[in-house]
Design a protein around this ligand. Structure first.
Ligand SMILES: [Mg+2]
Length: 194
């Protein structure tokens, strides 16, 4: 059986196109300009993005008293469940959790909170959060299922560059660009064991 490994942000979850926009809107509603948030966001991203740290820097930096940290975090995070890629999730539900893995990049606690809030956790037999390369997690799965095709789906091409395709001929990558290539993920098994 084919094993599937999915990235979270911008694959399973509309992080850039929906969640980030919603987050910016929540800040604008309390009077922080879009440009100001972008500056704070950039600073936090460089440190390893955690929403709580961004909210604290903005509230402190802009001297906001109309809302407290936890309220604003909740207002932002409560919408996570509405930003999942349902078209893709519907396909994953059919596969069965024992064939599906998630390997995501970011700060573990924050990534896990986003994942838990989306309610898709049970669709995956294992979820790994990495802070640097995904290579070891991906190749571990390839090693464990050396006789099966392993399909790794990510929106960032840089996640593919250090993978050892010679050692793992069972690994197939799909550069996810949007709903137009969902079919590529689930195309027929092309791996022939030699
Ligand atoms: Mg991604």
């Amino acid at each position: 059986m084919i094993k599937y490994i999915f990235d979270f942000d911008d694959v399973l979850f509309y992080n850039t196109s929906k969640f980030k926009k919603h987050m910016y809107k929540c800040f604008e509603e309390i009077g922080v300009s879009c440009d100001a948030i972008k500056t704070y966001y950039q600073e936090e991203r460089d440190k390893g993005f955690v929403l709580r740290n961004l909210v604290i820097s903005v509230i402190d930096g802009e001297k906001i008293s109309s809302v407290n940290v936890d309220e604003l975090i909740e207002k932002i995070m409560v919408e996570c469940k509405n930003f999942v890629n349902n078209e893709l999730i519907d396909k994953i539900k059919i596969l069965g959790a024992e064939h599906c893995y998630m390997v995501t990049h970011g700060v573990t606690e924050y990534q896990m909170e986003k994942i838990n809030r989306t309610g898709i956790r049970s669709l995956f037999c294992n979820i790994v959060v990495v802070q640097d390369t995904k290579k070891w997690s991906i190749e571990d799965i390839c090693e464990n299922f050396i006789n099966d095709e392993v399909v790794f789906v990510d929106d960032k091409e840089k996640r593919f560059v250090d993978l050892d395709f010679e050692k793992y001929p069972n690994l197939r990558i799909v550069h996810y660009v949007g709903r137009e290539n969902i079919a590529d993920i689930f195309k027929e098994n092309s791996f022939v064991k030699v």
